[in-house]
Ligand binder design. Structure first.
Ligand code: GLN
Length: 455
């Protein structure tokens, strides 16, 4: 809490610091520990954690960085929060993000901009810039994020931290505020691969309150990370994704990537090039499917059930429809409105097959690319993002350039496969570069071993 107090004026990672409850939870844990009642708890017991404000926390205001949820105090905990509490991990507070997790820089938060701890003139990435900067600036030892198209991994790359998107269905989404439900996944943000694995095992596993949760045990990610720390990768087959490099990728990002690949080879891994021919189409398909789901999911913010309500001004008919229109006009930011409009258009009668239908076909082709690739290799690798952290304001004027930065992270969400970003050195400018692993569905452990070896 002292570090948070010192760092926050320059970093702004938190929307809310829950100091009182964190201290109470820490005291309760200390008492239990002294009484010998903490045996059997996970290794992370007693370690404080920061939570992206896209995940609901009972009794702690949860806004998704939107004005439309301002003042909303959830009456329940997300499943991952219940698990974290049961593990004896005190909650430090809620971290900043792009409104409803829509963005790649955290500049779309309705409340504040979070700075990159490596250079405060640069963005921390997004949408989970708050969790990544909190961990990167040593304000929290570990955090939770959500990843719909890269929002855990790209901020990880930009801040020199570890970010994991588990297999879709591997971690319960109950209590994760919905952005695009077929792509959303909760995952760990940490300083080391082993820490991420320890948290992954705390939050993972089947949950009957999430209809897409997979009824299987959490993959053995901690054992795999520990195995990786021995730095022996004999027998591990690594595939370099041909389509995720070259044009559009910053030369020093590619240089750090190639050096990391060389290190994998030095540790005994066999490296081959793999083509995933449909990956270049993933970004376009994502920016149809994601806004379609966003337009549907965000219909619930109608001024009736949660947070903000704005009544029409005098002279305007005081109807329910007008109240909803005035509430949504005042409560949503520009980027969220842009996506609701795009999604509503893509789903409208007459355009549905041309846009949404085509995008779903592309999605199937990406799933098949992954399936074919994983017949040949254990893990796939690529740079996490084509560039290092950019400056504030550099991409806000042109949404398309912002979207293009998601090219390497989106395929994992489209395919439902696990992926993670780990630090891979610094650019010439002294900013962190991210290295990404992908693994087959429900075999998350396969990426933890080489990742732990490489970090
Ligand atoms: N940057 C991506 C987007 O803007 C990813 C967002 C996310 O993963 N929540 O949609």
């Amino acid at each position: 809490l002292d570090v948070i107090e010192k760092a926050e004026p320059s970093i702004d990672a938190f929307l809310k610091v829950s100091a009182e409850t964190a201290l109470a939870e820490a005291d309760a844990f200390d008492k239990k520990n002294a009484a010998g009642e903490t045996e059997g708890l996970p290794e992370l017991a007693g370690v404080p954690i920061a939570i992206k404000d896209m995940i609901v926390t009972k009794g702690i205001e949860t806004t998704a960085a939107s004005k439309i949820l301002e003042g909303w105090v959830p009456p329940y905990d997300a499943t991952v929060i219940s698990k974290i509490k049961a593990a004896g991990m005190p909650i430090l507070g809620k971290t900043n993000l792009d409104e409803f997790a829509q963005g790649s820089s955290t500049e779309h938060s309705a409340y504040k901009t979070t700075k990159n701890p490596w250079n405060t003139e640069h963005v921390p990435g997004g949408s989970g810039g708050g969790s990544a900067s909190a961990v990167g600036a040593f304000e929290a030892p570990i955090a939770l994020g959500t990843d719909t198209g890269g929002s855990i991994r790209q901020p990880g790359a930009f801040t020199g931290t570890v970010g994991v998107k588990p297999t879709y269905g591997g971690v319960s989404r109950f209590g994760a505020i919905a952005m695009a439900s077929s792509l959303d996944q909760i995952g760990p943000v940490s300083r080391t691969v082993l820490d991420a694995a320890l948290l992954h095992e705390v939050i993972g596993g089947h949950d009957k309150r999430d209809s897409t949760s997979i009824p299987r045990e959490v993959p053995p990610v901690v054992a795999a990370a520990r195995e990786g720390l021995k730095m022996d990768l004999k027998g591990v087959k690594v595939g370099l994704i041909k389509e995720l490099g070259g044009e559009g990728f910053q030369p020093d990002v590619e240089a750090r990537f190639n050096e990391s690949v060389k290190l994998l080879e030095d540790m005994g891994a066999e490296v081959v090039e793999i083509s995933c021919p449909h990956f270049p189409a993933a970004l376009g398909a994502y920016y149809i499917i994601m806004p379609s789901e966003v337009s549907s999911n965000l219909a619930r913010y109608d001024g009736m059930r949660y947070g903000l309500r704005v009544m029409p001004p005098a002279g305007v008919p005081q109807t329910a429809a007008n109240m909803m229109a005035y509430t949504r006009e005042a409560g949503f930011g520009d980027e969220v409105k842009r996506r609701i409009i795009l999604g509503t258009y893509a789903l409208s009668a007459g355009y549905y097959d041309a846009w949404y239908g085509s995008a779903q076909k592309v999605r199937t082709l990406i799933i098949e690319d992954f399936a074919k690739a994983f017949e040949q290799v254990d893990v796939l690798v690529s740079p996490t993002a084509p560039t290092t952290a950019f400056k504030f304001g550099e991409k806000t004027a042109d949404p398309i350039t912002m979207y293009l930065g998601d090219v390497a992270t989106i395929p994992a969400n489209m395919g439902g496969v696990p992926a993670m970003s780990i630090p891979a050195g610094l650019s010439e400018e002294g900013l962190p570069v991210g290295f990404q692993f992908f693994a087959p569905q429900m075999q998350d452990e396969k990426m933890y071993k080489p990742a732990a070896a490489l970090e």
